[in-house]
Design a protein around this ligand. Structure first.
Ligand SMILES: *[C@@H]1O[C@H](CO)[C@@H](O)[C@H](O)[C@H]1NC(C)=O
Ligand SMILES: *[C@@H]1O[C@H](CO)[C@@H](O)[C@H](O)[C@H]1NC(C)=O
Ligand SMILES: *[C@@H]1O[C@H](CO)[C@@H](O)[C@H](O)[C@H]1NC(C)=O
Length: 293
């Protein structure tokens, strides 16, 4: 029995070891066509844009320190307004021309603090044709662009938001995560209500795992540039896959040990019985002999 206990303890330790959140880089996503350089340092990026308040905390952690927070990174965000319009590219967004403009709404950058957190105040993004709801994120450190990604929201929340003005007046269909060629679960933010209702807004948190000394290759545009699903999954989640395989192996081992122990115990019981019968049957013939003597 103590052997079973020992195995259970080892199993638990291994389980803790292998299911520890792996420090894996957040996937790179395309920068997209609406990036603008040299946007202002500011946490409140709303300017005149109306919409549901969104407080955004982007935590930057570094693979070079096994995912400890990275303070002093410049975190940049940009996204469209409730009607799917990007500043600087309003004409393109509306499909009315190709000229750019000087507007800067819903764009800005700030430093990550001592906990690696870069906080922004913005509005919940709107949507436009071909893309699911997203916010672009770029992280600079030591003069390097160390991450370019996108963050996403729970579709139920987007659905609630879409029913509230001014979002409700934007009549184009929302592209789901599944329909979006760029969506990656990596970028899914966790959202919390700021108040009692959807219109009070949300606070959303997401972690960007970056290598502070590496400039990753730019991610391509569109679904064609994605790696093969299963290989991508294995390469990103090999620790978890290993943990599952190990868990199955250990579970089977425990089962086997238990079965062996049970069979042995049963056999032992049977063996304890047999000698008694043997002694009786062995002795019984000798009784008459002794008596005769
Ligand atoms: C967001 O970050 C700010 C500043 O670091 C912090 O006060 C706040 O609690 C954070 N919110 C969440 C939901 O993590
Ligand atoms: C999205 O939010 C809804 C409502 O809070 C929740 O029931 C659901 O599980 C969430 N979905 C995901 C994928 O987190
Ligand atoms: C980070 O990037 C640098 C430069 O490419 C590389 O030498 C280093 O091994 C990377 N760190 C990790 C933890 O992958």
């Amino acid at each position: 029995m103590s052997r079973v206990l020992a195995i259970i303890i080892i199993f638990t330790l291994l389980h803790c070891l292998f299911t520890k959140e792996a420090c894996v880089l957040t996937s790179e996503e395309t920068v997209g066509p609406y990036y603008v350089e040299n946007m202002p340092f500011r946490q409140d990026v709303r300017e005149d844009r109306q919409g549901i308040p969104l407080k955004l905390n982007i935590t930057v952690v570094d693979t070079n320190s096994e995912c400890k927070p990275l303070p002093g990174a410049v975190v940049e965000i940009w996204h469209c307004d409730s009607q799917g319009v990007y500043s600087h590219y309003q004409a393109q967004s509306l499909g009315t021309g190709s000229q750019t403009d000087d507007s800067t709404f819903l764009r800005g950058k700030t430093y990550s603090d001592s906990k690696g957190v870069a906080s922004f105040i913005t509005i919940y993004p709107g949507w436009y044709e071909g893309r699911t709801v997203h916010i672009h994120v770029r992280v600079h450190f030591g003069g390097l662009i160390v991450h370019t990604g996108q963050l996403y929201f729970n579709e139920t929340i987007t659905d609630w938001v879409s029913k509230i003005s001014p979002y409700s007046s934007h009549s184009i269909d929302i592209v789901s995560h599944a329909e979006d060629g760029i969506f990656n679960i990596d970028g899914l933010a966790t959202a919390y209500f700021l108040g009692d209702s959807v219109s009070d807004g949300f606070t959303a948190t997401v972690t960007a795992v970056v290598n502070s000394t590496n400039v990753p290759a730019a991610a391509g545009f569109g679904p064609g540039m994605r790696g093969p699903g299963i290989l991508m999954f294995l390469s990103r989640h090999w620790m978890a896959v290993l943990a599952v395989i190990l868990s199955i192996f250990v579970t089977i081992s425990i089962g086997a040990v238990f079965v062996v122990w049970y069979i042995k115990r049963r056999n032992k019981k049977n063996m304890d019985m047999e000698p008694v019968e043997e002694i009786l049957s062995a002795d019984s013939p000798s009784f008459p002999l002794r008596q005769e003597l």
